[in-house]
Design a binder for this molecule. Structure first.
Ligand SMILES: NC(=O)c1ccc[n+]([C@@H]2O[C@H](COP(=O)([O-])OP(=O)(O)OC[C@H]3O[C@@H](n4cnc5c(N)ncnc54)[C@H](OP(=O)(O)O)[C@@H]3O)[C@@H](O)[C@H]2O)c1
Length: 423
């Protein structure tokens, strides 16, 4: 790659996520050597955001690029080794940035939590990215680094063979600072994602052409509302991108390393059954409304009303974000012995259980920005430990053999083993 390239360019830097990613770049560049710049479509807004979030850094270059103009994107991506793309919804703006990165041989990470977008990009650009020798890694934010790499961490610590993993996400506040919990950009993304959920079915047969081995015992999904011994409160299926991402990673491990893939179910825990049902009712109402164009427009126009103030155009206040904590608890069952082939069947029932956890603060705009910047720096430093010399990959597949978990542990995302029992 040309010597004059910057190590990292943050594209979509004027957005809510983009500006906190700038802050993360400022922090990380105080301890690590890397060059970086910011990019977007509005020069004055970029100058203002730099002044506010990277004061005293008038050495940071600003590049102008618009997602609707491929040539302007290429002029931007050819100036970087890795593009950190914070410009979403990715369904609308993501594809040309990936095209430009492949054309100019630039690595790409983003914070998409949109399974349709990510799976389609893997199907359509996987081979092209490999041919160009670049890594295109989506889901490098809270969706889904903690879950996907949390499963990799667990598999590495298990010392045997994992049959299944159940993950439980919970989040809580340590202060009563009110206001929104989510910025409008994520809400917009979620609404479009829900309304196109049916696209996934067609993609899966292209994404997973090889049949997985018959994994037994089968991991049976738990009920609509259930209590788990590893997560206090009431839990239900987690509708986010974590499961889609984890499945892609597990499939990759099977195909590329002949590793037995773990069966995965993802859940979210609420403090009370009332909170679970209230959220479920809002979820059902939103899903139904997205089926109609006028319903979708209403949701996009009045986010505060439909989420009782949880979503706003201003986004959450820093005090609220910094007092929001999360934990994902993982429960794995499996065997103390690994068999030679992933298709071999164990003769006895699982005889080992392990519980692990990933914890952190400010999932949406703290852990997310730390994770995506750490992902970018990992590509710069450890591409030799990444697979296939390029490709469109989920984070677990891309970074599973690098030191990213150790790096994240140093920067506020804690991966730990809670218990391990052999029966
Ligand atoms: N994975 C996670 O956990 C996680 C966490 C946070 C956010 N996200 C995702 O990150 C994305 C951004 O969210 P956000 O709240 O930061 O949104 P936002 O504040 O609306 O930011 C969107 C950014 O995209 C830029 N943009 C839009 N259209 C563009 C175009 N045609 N050309 C160039 N730039 C363009 C905007 O630039 P202008 O300022 O010029 O409009 C802005 O910088 C969403 O998809 C969200 O779901 C994911």
């Amino acid at each position: 790659m040309a010597a004059e390239r910057l190590d990292v360019i943050i594209f979509g830097a004027t957005g809510f996520t983009g500006k906190y990613t700038i802050e993360e770049a400022v922090k990380l560049s105080q301890e690590k050597q890397f060059t970086w710049g910011i990019a977007g479509r509005r020069k004055e807004a970029l100058e203002a955001v730099l002044k506010e979030h990277a004061p005293n850094r008038d050495d940071i270059p600003i590049l102008i690029a618009d997602a609707s103009d491929l040539e302007s994107l290429k002029k931007m991506t050819e100036r970087a080794k890795v593009v950190v793309n914070c410009c979403g919804p990715y369904r609308f703006y993501g594809e040309p940035v990936i095209q430009a990165c492949i054309d100019t041989r630039t690595h790409h990470v983003d914070v998409s939590g949109e399974p349709q977008f990510m799976e389609r990009m893997q199907v359509e650009y996987g081979q092209k990215a490999k041919d160009a020798g670049v890594y295109i890694v989506s889901a490098c934010g809270f969706d889904s680094i903690p879950c996907d790499l949390g499963i990799i961490f667990l598999q590495n610590k298990f010392n045997g063979e994992v049959n299944s993993v159940e993950t439980y996400l919970s989040s809580w506040k340590t202060s009563n600072v009110g206001g929104a919990g989510m910025h409008y950009g994520t809400w917009e993304t979620v609404i479009h994602e829900i309304s196109h959920r049916n696209e996934l079915r067609g993609l899966r047969s292209k994404l997973f052409p090889e049949k997985l081995p018959n994994l037994t015992p089968k991991l049976v999904p738990r009920g609509l509302a259930h209590k788990s011994s590893i997560s206090e409160g009431w839990s239900t299926k987690f509708p986010g991108a974590d499961k889609s991402t984890a499945l892609r990673t597990q499939y990759f491990l099977f195909q590329n390393y002949k590793q037995r893939p773990a069966q995965v179910q993802t859940y979210i825990t609420f403090k009370s059954i009332f909170a679970l049902f209230a959220t479920a009712i809002v979820g059902v109402m939103v899903t139904l409304m997205t089926k109609f164009e006028c319903g979708k427009q209403l949701l996009l126009k009045h986010p505060k009303f439909f989420t009782a103030g949880f979503v706003s155009h201003e986004g959450p206040k820093p005090e609220a974000m910094n007092n929001t904590h999360f934990a994902i608890t993982f429960k794995a069952t499996g065997w103390t012995e690994a068999l030679a082939e992933p298709t071999d069947a164990h003769t006895g029932p699982p005889n080992k259980e392990m519980i692990t956890k990933v914890t952190g603060v400010n999932p949406g705009y703290g852990a997310t920005c730390t994770a995506v910047m750490t992902a970018a720096l990992t590509i710069l430093k450890e591409a030799d430990k990444m697979p296939d010399n390029g490709g469109v990959l989920p984070p677990g597949a891309a970074f599973g053999k690098t030191s990213i978990i150790e790096e994240l542990n140093k920067h506020g995302l804690k991966f730990e083993v809670i218990s391990s029992i052999e029966k």
